[in-house]
Design a protein around this ligand. Structure first.
Ligand code: AHM
Ligand code: MG
Length: 379
């Protein structure tokens, strides 16, 4: 069989590279087998959409009446809207998005404000929510009348929005609770420990649009196929590696860190056990940093420091959902004092320090905090 020129070029390059590294060269047969796998993938006709996946999950709960699937479909609609708006963000000056003036001379809404409106309306109109907490709204929103349902949703409609103008990945984060008493919704319904969450997820608007979801039965990732307008299961049953080679932190805050954080980062750079130093990767968009951590392993840190005693990230719609996903994927999440999901928030916009990622890496920071508390502060 004749190989197309591109295949010959790739094959020659990969043969040369593997020769340099003294690795066994791939055979033509294995190259072709891989190409055929890709072709089969592209022609797959049995697509697991996110709705089909939710319906399958629903089948595991005979008492379920489909309310969660309906709620999820409204969240998915919000994500698709924001994905489309984010894709056009670079055209802002031409078509008047994100704070620019459009051709009618009307001031357009900033993307984060627009995203918030879309999610609030989608969640309320689902008829399945009763209390909403959004990063963009100072007060919680209580849904009244016939549209009131049994779920409480805490969300950050567009996290990492300082990255919008330069086209870096941003995302939506959400965590879902069940109301305690449907006829009497109060703030207590959202001031619950993260262990009470029934589902959490995020949608990353990046080089592709990926929605990662857990309903408490593992973690699954779905990628938006723009031609179908559907999220398709592409990352089933995500498990985070038990140890990683990457740490992710804003090192610009280093001079204000406490001793355990400073020691941990020092160990990442100058390991004393003969292992290689870890690589630093920091995007400054929690969704993107956590997504990479989930897939490749490693640790993401937003610690407390002398200026921000509770760190920066918000408990209800940043720390809890990401901690839930990490635990469901086999990792862990720690605040510097306790398992993150066991924290009991007292305010809806409360912040907390956070260390999350591979089980073994978080174990290390936990032991540094444990020895600090047994010997007292060392710095
Ligand atoms: P935001 O909710 O105002 O967008 O802030 C949250 C973002 C996270 O996405 C990210 O992890 C963090 O802020 C980055 O903060 P910093 O710029 O201090 O490193
Ligand atoms: Mg945020």
């Amino acid at each position: 069989m004749l190989l197309p020129p591109l295949a010959i070029c790739i094959l020659t390059r990969s043969l040369a590279t593997s020769h340099d590294r003294e690795e066994p060269a791939p055979s033509v047969a294995s190259y072709l087998a891989r190409e055929m796998d890709h072709a089969a993938e592209a022609q797959r006709t049995d697509l697991m959409t996110i709705t089909r996946h939710a319906l399958n999950e629903q089948g595991r709960h005979p008492e379920s009446r489909g309310d969660f699937t309906i709620l999820l479909s409204h969240i998915v609609l919000g994500c698709k809207f924001v994905a489309s708006a984010v894709n056009k963000a670079g055209l802002a000056k031409l078509i008047g998005l994100a704070g620019e003036t459009n051709i009618q001379g009307e001031e357009q809404k900033k993307l984060d404000v627009l995203s918030n409106e879309v999610f609030v309306k989608a969640l309320v109109s689902s008829g399945r929510t009763c209390v909403l907490v959004s990063e963009e709204n100072e007060e919680a929103i209580f849904v009244d009348g016939p549209l009131r349902g049994k779920y409480c949703v805490c969300f950050d409609p567009l996290d990492g929005s300082s990255n919008i103008d330069c086209g870096v990945s941003i995302g939506t984060i959400f965590g879902i609770y069940m109301i305690k008493d449907k006829d009497n919704a109060t703030l207590e319904d959202v001031l619950q420990p993260g262990t009470n969450m029934i589902a959490a997820g995020y949608c990353m608007y990046g080089s592709s649009c990926t929605l990662v979801l857990s309903t408490g039965n593992g973690v699954n990732g779905f990628t938006l196929d723009p031609s179908l307008g559907e999220f398709i299961l592409t990352h089933p049953n995500i498990k985070i590696p038990s140890k990683g080679k990457i740490y992710s932190v804003n090192e610009g805050n280093a001079r204000n860190w406490d001793a355990p954080t400073a020691k941990f980062v020092e160990k990442c750079k100058f390991p004393q056990d003969g292992s290689s130093p870890k690589s630093l990767r920091y995007i400054g968009s929690m969704v993107a940093d956590v997504h990479r951590t989930l897939l490749y392993g490693g640790i993401f840190l937003y610690p407390a420091d002398k200026k921000s005693l509770n760190g920066k990230l918000r408990v209800l719609y940043e720390v809890f959902p990401m901690s839930f996903l990490m635990e469901q994927a086999g990792g862990q999440s720690f605040t510097g004092k306790q398992r993150a999901l066991e924290l009991v928030p007292t305010e809806i916009h409360q912040r907390s320090p956070i260390f999350l990622g591979s089980y073994g890496d978080v174990e290390e920071i936990k032991s540094l905090y444990a020895s600090e508390s047994s010997t007292g502060p060392s710095a």
